[in-house]
Ligand binder design. Structure first.
Ligand SMILES: C[S@@+](CC[C@H](N)C(=O)[O-])C[C@H]1O[C@@H](n2cnc3c(N)ncnc32)[C@H](O)[C@@H]1O
Length: 243
């Protein structure tokens, strides 16, 4: 069965990223208990951790992506929760809460992050970790000024080709806009093209640590994930819940 367009584009643009997986493996191993994956999408991280024997809860506000996650998870130990990261109340606590891939930067600015941090506190065991990755400062670029663009992310489903080409990164007021052109080519050679924008809140690790400290977290030293050909590097913000 061919997945929905939403699932395909999500997988094209996020699904093959793997540079952060060793980080999540180590943290889940150290935590030794249930893990909550916030903004889980189609389960890139949640399913990988479940395969390693970790009891996972995958939370996302997009039911279409979660339906695919549930299908892919099969019999693995993954609970699926459709909820907004800024307003969820599961009535249980986790040994680790993770926020991979800059999802912390699409929660609606400082006010949205504060709501999320409060929810995270409500769901962490004493002294357990909340770990979120923040994109390192994105350099602006514009396709019009570049002869060599970053390589597109590509996939093929049922004979249809999908390509997502980053064409611009530009700072705006309080956000960085990452612009892509999404193209498909049908088996008959018909082409479609649309623009897509992701608006990442401007945020660095120190600012997130300060926001979290103000809510009762104890920020621990941050770590780095190196950039890859397709993805920028990230700073890993590690926040310990009160004991
Ligand atoms: C960049 S993707 C990351 C997906 C996955 N964690 C990964 O690393 O491959 C961001 C995900 O966050 C979800 N998301 C964005 N805002 C959200 C919110 N307010 N509440 C819950 N999920 C949200 C999106 O639906 C999407 O699946």
């Amino acid at each position: 069965m061919t997945p929905s367009e939403a699932v395909i584009w999500h997988d094209v643009e996020c699904g093959r990223y793997a540079a952060d997986l060793p980080l999540w493996h180590g943290l889940a191993e150290e935590a030794g208990g249930p893990v909550l994956d916030v903004g889980a999408g189609t389960g890139r991280v949640a399913i990988d951790l479940a395969r390693r024997g970790h009891r996972m809860t995958a939370l996302d506000h997009d039911g279409e992506l979660l339906a695919e996650l549930r299908r892919r998870a099969g019999d693995l130990p993954v609970d699926v929760v459709e909820a907004d990261a800024r307003d969820f109340h599961l009535g249980r606590r986790f040994a680790l809460v993770i926020v991979p891939m800059q999802t912390i930067q699409i929660l609606g600015g400082a006010a949205g992050r504060a709501l999320f941090l409060r929810c995270a506190l409500e769901h962490l065991e004493p002294a357990a970790l909340l770990v979120a990755t923040v994109a390192v400062a994105l350099e602006g670029f514009d396709a019009a000024e570049h002869t060599e663009l970053p390589l597109p992310d590509v996939a093929e489903h049922g004979g249809r080709l999908y390509a997502s080409q980053p064409v611009g990164v530009r700072p705006e007021d309080g956000v960085t806009v990452v612009e892509r052109v999404r193209q498909t080519v049908s088996p008959e050679g018909e082409r479609t093209e649309e623009r897509n924008e992701v608006r990442l809140d401007t945020l660095d690790a120190d600012a997130l640590a300060d926001e979290a400290r103000a809510m009762g977290f104890d920020p621990l030293p941050s770590r780095e994930i190196e950039p890859t050909h397709e993805h920028v590097g990230s700073t890993v913000v590690v926040l310990r819940a009160p004991s």
